[in-house]
Design a protein around this ligand. Sequence first.
Ligand code: AKB
Length: 337
Amino acid sequence: MTDTKALVTGACGEIGQALVQALARRGGYHITTSDLAPLPDSIKKISAEHVRGDLVYKIKTFYDYDFDVIFHLAASLSSKAEVASEEAHRINVEGTMQLLMLAAYRSEKYGKSVKFIFPSSIAAYGMRNLDTKQSAGRVKENEYNTPQTMYGCNKLYCEKLGIYYGKFFGQKHLDENPPHFLDFRSIRFPGLISAFTLPSGGTSDYGPEMLHAAAQGKPYACFVREDSKISFMAMPDAIRSLLMLMDAPRANLNHQVYNIAAFALTAGEFRDRALKAFPGATISFEPNPRRQGIVDSWPEDVDDSLARAEWGWQPEYDADRFCDDYFLPEIRKRYNA
Ligand code: AKB
């Protein structure tokens, strides 16, 4: 059997590194990576080829490749996108658009649907104010689609673009013998926490930053209020969800965009967990108005019943298991804490 040909963009990021390692552990994948940065040691030996540079300008390179599946992870995250909005639009929207066109072209021309796996985000939601956020509870995919950030607008629009290229491109669905469309599948991720890498440029970063700082005995000033609440997930669950969605038979999927959830915590609850594990930790709260505004606009939690029903999603790590079975054992090894 020939290997599945996979492209992973944004391969040097947190999800990228963990995903490339997971594909290699599974075996049977020929992995091409792309990123602005050179490959880190963690995945250097796994990538068959690394295309370095801005996707918008590098896209021509990929027209000669025959990918079965594309994981398009490259993105400028929410906090960074607010200070460099034009650059964020280029990376998040134009880069995605170029790759969708490539996948749509190849799907149609070679009669084989390319799978396009797109990580969207809880940033696609926009809660009008704190009262709405608190009363909304677990939000469904089609509710509160009024993002208040550049990144959220980019993610929501790219979901729509993916659905367009996957179902309606050129309005050819009217044909009697429809051509092969690209197979677009997207997950709205909560904040992700890895024991091995640290995020940068995001707004949910306070969760992982606080825990990593506590483990290293470094003081941490959290940039959101203690009562700020959003949903989070352990990185291994996030990677498992991407693989599960890739593997799901198309016939089982009635939607293109799925929420997934694991545990929702306030920043204060993060602090309590950090102090329990590392009693000497120094954690303070010094809210930054811009980043606070972003977190206040995201829902407290999401309803992931569609993902559970259609492709069997279930997180392995709730807040306790995340701490006890994943994060703390790994982080203690890493920092000798
Ligand atoms: C961010 O904070 O920008 C990301 C996200 C929630 O999509 N981690």
